[in-house]
Each structure stands twice: as C-alpha cells, then as structure tokens.
Ligand binder design. Structure first.
Ligand code: AMP
Ligand code: TRP
Length: 329
C-alpha cells in the first residue's frame, strides 16, 4: 500500500556522496510507489550561522540536486521547509512536549556543540523541529542515513506522547535506513562520517566535484595496510568503505566486487572506483546545470510548497483543537 514518505537535507554546504548514497538514492527509489515529500530544510540549516548569500545559493543547489538525481516533481513534492510555516508552528508545540534531558542526550547536538563557547538554543531544539517536519504530514516512512536514527526515535516518542495525552492522532513513523551505505565514511579517516562540514575537501566527494577532482580524491583516499580488496569493516575499515561506495554506485554486490578484485592490489580497484563515480555523477551534474539555467526551479518549489501546505494546515487545525486552542476564522 502506498505510504507517506518525508525527508529533508540541510542547505548548509555542497552535498556529498554520503548524502547521495545514504539519502537521495532512496528518495528516488521510494517515489515510484509512495506519496513523497522532499524538503530543503533551511530552518534547520540556520541552527548554525549561515551567510545569507550562501544560504540562498545552497538552497537552490540542494533543490536542483534533488531533481538532477531523479526526483520527479510531478509525483513528489519538492519544496523549501520555510515555505510551509506549519513546520515552525508544530515545532514549537512539540518543543513544549520535549524534555530537556531528551535533547541533551542527542549525539548530533553533543557533536555540534562540543568545544563551542556559545551554543544557540535552536541547535538544542533542532530535533523537535525535525519531529514536526515528519509528523505534520503523518509520514509513515523517513529515508535517512544512520546518523539520524536517534532523532527518529525521539520523533516516535513525541508522536506517542501526543497521542497519549490528546488522543490517537499522529502516525508513529519508521526510519528507512539502507543496509549498505547508511554511513559513508571520510576518505581520509574511516573513523568519521563523510561530511560536507569537514574542513578538508579531500575527505569527501562533493556531488558537483569535476571528474578529475573525483579521480584524484579517490586515488588519494586512505587505504588499510595489506593489499586484498575484502569487505571487513572491523579490520579493514578504509577499503570496506570504498567497497560500499563502489557497490552503491555500480549496482554490484560486495561479494561480486571482492571476486572481481581477488588477487589484485588496491591501485586498480581505486582507479576503477574513480571511473564508476565519474560515470554516476557526470550525468547528474549535466542535468543539474540544465536545471539551474532553465529557471524552472521557482515554479517547482512553489507548487511543492502549495501541496505541502494543504496537508500541513489540516494537521495544525486538528492538533490545536485537540490541545484546547481557540479556533479562529
Ligand atoms: P545533512 O547533510 O546532515 O542534512 O544530511 C542529509 C541526509 O544525508 C541525512 O539523511 C543523513 O543521514 C544523510 N547523510 C549525511 N551524511 C551521510 C553519510 N556520510 N553517509 C550516509 N548518509 C549520510
Ligand atoms: N536532521 C536531518 C539531517 O541533518 C535533516 C532533517 C530535518 C530531516 N528534518 C528532517 C531528515 C525530516 C528527515 C526528516 O540530516
């Protein structure tokens, strides 16, 4: 049966291969069978300071990358989170149902706030807004990478809490996390996840990196000692990470890759991986540039937001009524 699917990505920098494999690839897959909402979560991005010009550019870039990757705006709603004010409104309501202790336990908050002199309150309540993003559509499924699992658990708890206090209303959503590729690691350190906020650009492949840059980054990626191409995350984390990337971008299984490179050294494997990535990303980049220059983005975002608002506003009316807010006309 068709389900409601919702996800979002922050416009806080250039998207990486981690975003693509962990999230966007699944967006594209799920839209064939389900009713999908894919947002650019600009309200989440401002939980750390954003330069206005960069925020504008990154917002358009993420939306265009969604489309370039194959999200079809005729069947999925693609829009900016800030164009649907009900997110912020339900976010506030859910914040009042969230305990400080729950937010203090969030590892993303701990990571992003550690070592900072001053931490914005928005970063702290970030997970309540994310819960609102999901619950406002009564989404059933949320495709995300592994790092978002804890936020999803809090969302489920908040849905249950609301239902318990105000009567059954919210759907309790399930995460949709890929088996391979849920956590693509840094190219320079397989102990850290690949991230667009890493100061070393050699640590990630940006989706818009030119082909030669992609090849160079892969050829310089750290590899484990030894020489066999085998999938063994505990003992060979670096090569296992490269194998996951290879598998996700070529459609081959990890075993097929191991068989193909049996008895060979890392060099040939990495060279071919570079080519696999270029073959995956070059067409995407071409479509991206076409979309950016076509001027079609604004209309698509307007249409997506309109569809989203019509669902979200019904939820808010019902939520507020259940909680005892006076209605207005
Ligand atoms: P963000 O860039 O933090 O807004 O993340 C957007 C989506 O990409 C979320 O679903 C993340 O879980 C996913 N994601 C980000 N980095 C990675 C990674 N290195 N591996 C897998 N998924 C990722
Ligand atoms: N917190 C997510 C991230 O950093 C982004 C996000 C915001 C999100 N709202 C969401 C993801 C709703 C899924 C559903 O990746």
């Amino acid at each position: 049966m068709a389900k409601k699917v919702l996800s979002g990505i922050q416009p806080s920098g250039s998207l990486t291969l981690g975003n693509y494999i962990g999230a966007i690839k699944n967006f594209v897959k799920l839209q064939q069978e389900h009713e999908c909402f894919f947002m650019v979560v600009d309200l989440h991005a401002i939980t750390v300071a954003q330069d206005p010009a960069a925020l504008r550019e990154n917002s358009q870039s993420v939306a265009a990358l969604y489309l370039a990757a194959g999200i079809d705006p005729k069947i999925s709603s693609v829009y900016m989170q800030s164009h649907v004010p009900q997110h912020a409104e339900l976010g506030w309501i859910l914040t009042t149902l969230t305990a400080m202790g729950e937010l203090e336990r969030m590892t993303q908050f701990k990571d992003k706030s550690s070592g900072k002199d001053s931490v914005g309150a928005g970063l702290f309540v970030y997970p309540s807004l994310m819960a609102a993003d999901i619950l406002v559509y009564n989404a059933d499924l949320v495709p995300v990478g592994e790092d978002q699992k804890q936020h999803l658990e809090l969302t489920r708890d908040l849905a249950g809490r609301f239902n318990h206090r105000f009567g059954d209303f919210f759907t309790v959503p399930d995460p949709y996390i890929p088996e391979v590729g849920a956590r693509i690691m840094s190219l320079d350190d397989a102990g850290k996840k690949m991230s667009k906020s890493n100061p070393n650009p050699g640590s990630y492949i940006a989706l818009l990196d030119p082909p030669d840059v992609i090849r160079k980054k892969i050829s310089r990626a750290t590899t484990d000692s030894g020489r066999e191409v085998v999938y063994d995350p505990a003992n060979k984390p670096e090569i296992s990470n490269l194998m996951s990337i290879y598998a996700e971008c070529s459609g081959l299984s990890l075993q097929q890759i191991a068989d193909q490179y049996e008895g060979q050294m890392y060099g040939g494997f990495k060279k071919n991986l570079g080519e696999v990535l270029v073959a995956t990303l070059e067409p995407l980049q071409q479509r991206y540039h076409e979309i950016r220059s076509s001027g079609m983005l604004e209309d698509i975002l307007a249409e997506g937001a309109e569809r989203a608002r019509s669902v979200a506003s019904q939820t808010l009316t019902e939520v507020k009524e259940r909680m005892g807010f006076l209605p207005y006309r």
